[in-house]
Design a protein around this ligand. Structure first.
Ligand SMILES: *[C@@H]1O[C@H](CO)[C@@H](O)[C@H](O)[C@H]1NC(C)=O
Ligand SMILES: *[C@@H]1O[C@H](CO)[C@@H](O)[C@H](O)[C@H]1NC(C)=O
Ligand SMILES: *[C@@H]1O[C@H](CO)[C@@H](O)[C@H](O)[C@H]1NC(C)=O
Ligand SMILES: *[C@@H]1O[C@H](CO)[C@@H](O)[C@H](O)[C@H]1NC(C)=O
Length: 480
């Protein structure tokens, strides 16, 4: 049935194409054969390049040619891919599956404005997911007195008015409305779209977007926005899309829900043709055993990867093909149709960029790979776009100043790094005590999360981030 519908759409598409071109040469705009999609997700505020573990790139690391990611490399990759698609007369989309915020000091300073600038230079065609302005770990430090002065509480809470400013500034549509209702939140009403439609020659291509309904990720930061369960909402959204655009040929799901929920959605919603996934920070790669290496001087065996921390462990193949079968009738009259939907996601923090090509007529994947946005000494070097670097140079002053901003004082060395892996340290006890604040009996902290000492006496934000570089979240569940 899917194939019959596809043929019908093709025929309809071609009719309207021919009619629409009265008086013009048919040769002027040949139908693109392929759709080339480049995608990112969960960049989490990595405006600048990062270390291989996605923390701040130190000068020494930068000099070793191993720092990677950042908008400079996203930009150079997208520019090259756009050019390649144009030369091949292929359709092209750059898709952003969300969570640009939360992760570095850039948002504490710019509250989304620096991200909007970067995005507007590289120009995604569409993005899903608003919210996720969440500088939670810094807020914790603030409430526990490590912040000496200066940063007001309001700088840590990014309410709907900031989201409104951000969405007002970006030059591309924000999706997510398939399962969100903004009608009770006046600041966001009308700003989030259900879909975006493009016409590529005879092919109408649409993207529909939805978000995680998990309240712990949304409730705090999106005002009176209601988020509903995904699969029923996406089905309805596609039904509405098809009413508005009966000739839609290919439907892209833009999800900010996570790899495993997206596999479930692929099974439940066979009208989708591909899911661009985000949220779970899942690294996908085929073959799925050993990830690409960040450092070409290291052999890519499982052992060296783990020992040298030179690879990421894949959570599944890229793409992950999800098949489902729909049958109707019984006995001899029983007919079944199969649908296979590719699901793609590219880890987080701009370390990789996703690249997948579909044949437009058959909607089948013809090429797909995650690409390491590596430094000069990596196995996959990508240059940083000088346009982006110039913009970063203009904006980085206050971020560097904040890094040097006093966060507090300590009269003793707070011990992190290797010694903390094997024995109790004052730094570990201090952090566990912070977590134990409130109605909590026991707090445990992963010893490996404390990466460096903090030395007496003055402590700045940069020191704190160096010692605690990971986005370890404290998840709190209250049972009454
Ligand atoms: C790459 O690494 C080698 C060995 O560590 C170092 O000597 C060289 O300077 C690095 N190259 C670049 C371009 O950073
Ligand atoms: C939006 O643009 C205005 C004007 O350029 C700027 O002042 C503001 O900081 C921007 N805000 C965001 C969140 O992008
Ligand atoms: C990589 O492995 C090969 C074969 O085991 C070995 O000869 C070579 O020295 C290794 N290179 C590095 C950089 O470890
Ligand atoms: C659908 O998939 C099933 C199981 O993989 C297979 O046996 C069947 O032949 C397929 N049907 C069609 C119409 O492709």
């Amino acid at each position: 049935m899917a194939r019959a519908a596809l043929l019908l759409v093709l025929v309809l598409g071609m009719c309207s194409c021919v009619r629409g071109r009265r008086g013009r040469s048919l040769a002027a705009a040949p139908a693109p054969k392929e759709l080339h999609i480049v995608h990112i997700n969960d960049v989490h505020n990595r405006i600048e390049q990062t270390s291989t573990s996605s923390t701040t790139c130190s000068d020494a690391q930068a000099a070793s040619g191993l720092c990677l990611g950042g908008w400079g490399r996203i930009s150079s990759y997208v520019n090259a891919a756009r050019k390649k698609a144009a030369a091949a007369k292929a359709a092209f989309l750059f898709l952003d599956a969300g969570d640009q915020f939360d992760g570095t000091l850039w948002d504490v300073v710019y509250k989304g404005a620096a991200t909007a600038k970067m995005q507007n230079i590289v120009k995604p065609d569409v993005m899903v997911r608003f919210g996720a302005f969440n500088t939670g770990s810094l807020k914790n430090l603030h409430t526990h007195g490590l912040d000496s002065a200066g940063l007001a509480g309001s700088e840590f809470t990014f309410p709907p008015d900031i989201l409104k400013a951000y969405i007002g500034n970006i030059t591309f549509p924000m999706l997510g409305a398939c399962n969100t209702d903004t009608s009770d939140e006046p600041l966001l009403k009308g700003l989030i779209q259900k879909w975006k439609v493009w016409q590529f020659g005879p092919y109408k291509v649409a993207a529909v977007g939805w978000l995680t309904p998990d309240a712990s990720f949304t409730a705090a930061n999106i005002g009176k926005v209601k988020v509903t369960p995904v699969n029923a909402a996406v089905k309805q959204c596609i039904a509405d899309l098809k009413k508005a655009h009966p000739d839609v040929h290919l439907i892209i799901g833009m999800s900010h829900t996570g790899y495993h929920p997206d596999i479930e959605t692929a099974k439940q919603v066979p009208d989708l043709d591909i899911i661009i996934s985000g949220h779970s920070h899942t690294f996908l790669r085929t073959p799925s055993k050993v990830g690409p290496i960040f450092d070409k001087t290291v052999n890519a065996t499982d052992e060296t990867c783990l020992k040298k921390r030179a690879c990421d462990e894949p959570g599944g193949p890229y793409p992950t093909y999800v098949s489902s079968q729909k049958c109707s009738g019984v006995g001899a009259a029983k007919t079944c149709t199969n649908k296979t939907i590719p699901v793609v996601q590219v880890y987080y923090a701009s370390k990789y960029i996703g690249d997948v090509t579909l044949d437009l007529a058959t909607k089948k994947v013809t090429a797909a790979k995650p690409v390491l946005l590596g430094g000069d000494n990596s196995t996959s070097p990508w240059p940083q776009d000088p346009v982006i670097l110039a913009e970063i140079e203009k904006l980085s002053g206050p971020v560097t100043a904040l890094e040097k901003k006093p966060a507090g004082k300590t009269s003793v060395v707070m011990i992190g790094g290797r010694p903390g892996r094997v024995a109790e340290t004052n730094f570990g006890s201090y952090l566990a005590d912070i977590m134990k604040n409130g109605p909590v009996t026991i707090a445990l902290i992963n010893s490996g999360s404390i990466r460096a000492n903090i030395e007496p006496e003055l402590v700045n934000y940069g020191d704190v981030l160096t010692a605690l570089p990971f986005r370890n979240l404290l998840a709190v569940k209250l049972s009454r």
